[in-house]
Design a protein around this ligand. Sequence first.
Ligand code: UT7
Length: 328
Amino acid sequence: MSVRNVGILGTGSYVPERILSNADLEKLVDTSDEWIFSRTGMRERRIAAPEQATSDLCIAAGQRALEDAGVAASSIDLIILATVTPDQFVPATACFVQKALGLVNAGAIDINAACPGFVTALSLGAGMVESGRANHVLVIGGECMSRIANYQDRSNCILFGDGSGAVVLGAEARRGRILESVLGSDGTGVETMYIRAGGSRKAMTSEALAAQEDKLVIKGNEVYRFAVEKFRDLLEGQMSRNKLTPDDFGLVIPHQVNYRIIESALRRLEIPESKTFINLEKYGNTSGASVGIALDEARRGGRLVEDKYVSMLAFGAGLTWGSVLLRW
Ligand code: UT7
């Protein structure tokens, strides 16, 4: 089977207006700006308004990506939307996006791949275009993490923010050719990050709500160790398979998990911080949206260097991980 090229036609992102600062969190839990910043690198995050759902953030990001790509709404064949915070169980959040953006010829699916959501959706969308099964795919990562963060747990609520990032993929793209992607998982880690109630295993009863079982539980220290190791493995893998040196990279865009995790992995691989895109200071960890938001901000900010390689890497609940390598 012949394989077509696939690249990025346009990017977009959206974050809600409301800011939740470290000082605001000091009023909710026993913490301090100094602790949060020194342990995570985060200063503030964005929080969706009560009337905003994940699809609203995705619609705004998707609209911007479509405008940037300059493709007609009717030419999108598929929407792949990555989220762990869907509007509701049924239908897919992607269907709300399809309706609002008038994507009359598009299939609409959600995927749940946790923090690697955006890179996973990008990998799947790229495959659809490469194989010729779709000409244009709208890939979106969007989250309202504030709806599942636990604001009674100081090691949890400080981490998360809301937002969405999107790209339009197409075979005719002249920039951002996707060269490879890697996806992986290790289900022995299902108890590392989870929400206990609300699915087919455990109903969302009043007892479950009282026990905060509608909220995300994370074993931060375990995630920390896994993330440092996986970040390094993913990047080393990209470098060895594609015979790349740190000089070949224009930008490394990691999942915005924690400054210390990113810094420690990059230091070991001798990639300078100037070649890394970090916006977690402003947005915290937006889970499946984080790499998409960062990619859009990097592109609009002129941080993507022509002909250089861009590495995107993410890891999270599942445990899951994924990487995408492209050339700008
Ligand atoms: O994208 C996937 C989801 N993200 C993650 O899972 C995050 C990955 N993990 C991390 O980023 C870090 O592990 C955290 C930021 C969550 C925690 O940082 P840490 O340096 O690993 O701290 P720790 O959990 O080892 O806790 C050290 C101390 C503890 O106190 P004691 O037991 O030493 O007295 C915690 O209770 O810091 C305490 N602590 C806090 N203190 C002030 C935990 N959270 C806070 C807080 N403010 N917000």
